[in-house]
Design a protein around this ligand. Structure first.
Ligand SMILES: C[S@@+](CC[C@H](N)C(=O)[O-])C[C@H]1O[C@@H](n2cnc3c(N)ncnc32)[C@H](O)[C@@H]1O
Length: 250
């Protein structure tokens, strides 16, 4: 049968997709790679159907390969006889542990079917939580900023793994960025914080991201004129016939 890699969304139990919820309800065993994903999964499946996998806290490639090999060996027979699910917070294909499991299954258990059910990623959920609009035509880069790092370059970036916000902030501000931070966005576990002040989130919490933007990044969209109070800007076009210039359904 199948192993489903299911994205749980950012953490609130009602931000899983209908398809993801169904996959969890129908799976014989649901594997969770961490405490937080487990606490979201139990909102949808009884604890008796949760599977146990051990993951060492290490960056050593050999130890990691051994751990994922053991995980794949444990999951494969379950996914061969029935359906299994492996959950991740956010989306399973964005900075996620699911890629390790998929690659290891492909290598050592190629007969196991693997499907992914996408989830609401922090990559998109941050926009609503931080009140950000990524306008049509704008670029947006994803980066990691663990251990106080401050990657720079693109005009707009979402930085993941912000574990030392004051240090990361210093590098970003020096490089001309304006920065907003989001911690535990759309999560039921812990307090949600949205702030421009890195000292508010100086303590380490892995579930912290940053949105960094150069103040002069990109052109303003046409309707930005309304936000500036210019409601006369429609007058020239109201009498225009012809096709819509809204760009269609996108
Ligand atoms: C290993 S990545 C996992 C990303 C996840 N697969 C996704 O699609 O959202 C973990 C990082 O994502 C960010 N993150 C994930 N969920 C978050 C949330 N609810 N609030 C804030 N940051 C979050 C944090 O920067 C965290 O360090």
């Amino acid at each position: 049968m199948t192993l489903y890699g299911v994205g749980l969304g950012p953490g609130a139990s009602d931000l899983i997709t209908l398809r993801g919820k169904r996959a969890l309800e129908e799976a014989d065993t649901v594997y969770t790679p961490g405490r937080l994903s487990r606490s979201v999964a139990v909102e949808h499946v009884p604890e008796s159907r949760l599977g146990d996998l051990d993951f060492p806290m290490t960056r050593d490639p050999e130890e990691l390969r051994r751990a994922w090999r053991e995980a794949a060996d444990a999951v494969a027979p379950v996914a061969r006889d029935g359906d299994a699910a492996f959950v991740t917070l956010g989306d399973p294909n964005v900075y996620s542990t699911f890629g390790h499991l998929r690659r290891t299954l492909d290598a050592f258990h190629p007969d196991v079917d693997v499907e992914t059910v996408p989830g609401v990623s922090a990559t998109t959920a941050f926009t609503t939580a931080l009140g950000v609009e990524v306008e049509a035509g704008a670029g947006l880069a994803l980066r990691e900023a663990d251990a106080g790092r401050s990657p720079t370059g693109p005009d707009r970036m979402v930085l993941f793994k912000v574990t030392d916000a004051p240090a990361t902030h210093e590098g970003l501000v020096d490089a001309g960025y304006e920065v907003t931070y989001g911690r535990r966005l759309f999560m039921e576990q812990g307090d949600t914080v949205v702030t421009d002040d890195p000292e508010d989130i100086a303590d380490r919490d892995y579930y912290t991201l940053a949105y960094a933007r150069r103040p002069d990044a990109g052109e303003e969209p046409a309707t930005a004129a309304f936000a500036d109070g210019d409601t006369t800007a429609t007058e020239a076009t109201e009498t225009d016939g012809g096709e819509s210039a809204t760009g269609g359904d996108r």
